[in-house]
Design a protein around this ligand. Structure first.
Ligand code: HSE
Length: 395
């Protein structure tokens, strides 16, 4: 197979952009050179020659020699403009921007179709774990029933340090930011929004379902306190921020929430910035993929793989989407068992189908109850920062 030689225009030179540059330098085998890098701040010191840099995006988007754009900026709306313009100009695109992809999937699909250019984004979901390519190529059938796991490196890093090293939440959040794992707005990580974007992308490649992020329930880890950690310790649970989707006939459920998992569950051993993706399918049963889900070079490595794939004219065929059952829909009506830490202001026990256990002490109160996901999603009490919920790991 002949390889295309690529001239790259890169947008963004932060943690991921520098990681990509380094892995490209260290790998001789990918037929791609960086021609220009578009950055926001011209005066920032850069580790490579300044002739690479420009602040004018047209120098990349309208350069006929640049045949692939790599989009690695933070701002999802600006990223969407860049990616759209690049596709209109017939350039292949690689992106790591999960927010942009999750929020603009229908428009991006239309652009891909209209301009017939490849658009690859392996790095957007679980960084170094090749999950999208696997869903596209290995699972190009309808045998998958569920995809779940740890889709966010920062929160897994934070939870690992809080539980294993007794570190405080603000200290480890800061550390995750300093290491370049967290988003510029870390709320996206700690409130479970970033893994929800990734879940949207997975829903598309696993089942052909296009969903809006706001249709999916998310709850984060920012309210987890000493009382919750003690509960987990006493019951021999780990706590992980788990995103999951399940398909049953033409209904899909999906959500992202902190979850107690048994210490002997393989996901309990996925620590620090590592991510783990569990795939369940009719014949292969359970599979677990583990890899670094954040960080400069691991993310750069996934982008490198996309660039390499472009040199062979690879593009996603979106097979599940092209054959999707038109009745397939996201539903939120499943019943889940949750732990609720509450205080005297909480009067919403009636939202629960059943209360299994209740506990009260001077240190705090909790109960364990069964609730429908849509009731939880629509509840007001969940917005109260004094209440915390943690799911139990069951479907
Ligand atoms: N902030 C993200 C994370 C980066 O921590 O997983 C990788 O998507």
């Amino acid at each position: 197979m002949t390889k295309n030689r690529l001239k790259l225009g890169i947008f963004g030179f932060g943690v991921v952009g520098t990681g990509l540059y380094q892995v490209l330098e260290e790998t001789g085998s990918v037929a791609a050179n960086v021609k220009k890098i578009c950055i926001k701040h011209a005066d920032k010191p850069r580790p490579i020659d300044k002739s690479y840099f420009t602040t004018d995006q047209n120098e990349l988007l309208h350069d006929p020699e640049i045949n692939a754009i790599v989009e690695l900026i933070n701002d999802a709306e600006a990223a969407f403009e860049i990616v759209s313009e690049a596709m209109k100009n017939g350039k292949a695109v690689v992106s790591a921007n999960k927010k942009m992809i999750a929020e603009h999937l229908p428009e991006l699909l239309a652009l891909e179709e209209k301009y017939q250019v490849p658009f690859l984004y392996e790095a957007s979901v679980c960084a170094s774990i090749p999950i999208i390519r696997n869903l596209e190529e290995y699972y190009d059938n309808d045998l998958l029933t569920s995809v779940s796991g740890i889709f966010n490196g920062s929160t897994n890093f934070i939870l690992t340090k809080m539980i294993d090293e007794n570190a405080s939440y603000p200290t480890v959040l800061k550390e995750a930011q300093q290491l370049g794992f967290a988003e510029t707005d870390p709320t996206l990580d700690v409130e479970g929004i970033d893994p929800k974007y990734k879940l949207c992308i997975i829903l598309f490649h696993a089942f052909g379902l296009v969903t809006k992020p706001e249709q999916i329930f998310n709850f984060g880890i920012s309210r987890i306190n000493e009382f919750d950690l003690t509960f987990a310790l006493q019951r021999n649970y780990a706590i992980k921020l788990i995103a999951r989707c399940n398909k049953q006939d033409d209904e899909i459920t999906g959500f992202c929430a902190p979850t107690f998992i048994k210490k002997n569950d393989p996901l309990a051993h996925v620590k620090f910035e590592y991510n783990g993706v569990v795939l369940e399918s009719a014949f292969s049963e359970h599979q677990l993929m583990i890899g670094k889900g954040a960080g400069s070079k691991p993310t750069g490595s996934a982008i490198l793989s996309d660039i390499s794939a472009l040199t062979y004219d690879y593009k996603y065929e979106n097979k599940k989407y092209s054959h999707v059952d038109k009745n397939l829909k996201l539903v939120n009506h499943g019943e889940y068992t949750v732990y609720v830490r509450y205080n005297d202001d909480f009067h919403n026990f009636n939202d629960f189908n059943e209360i299994i256990e209740q506990f009260s002490s001077p240190q705090g109160k909790y109960f364990i109850g069964k609730i429908n996901l849509d009731t939880l999603f629509n509840s007001q009490w969940i917005k109260d920062a004094k209440v915390n919920i943690i799911f139990f790991n069951q479907v």
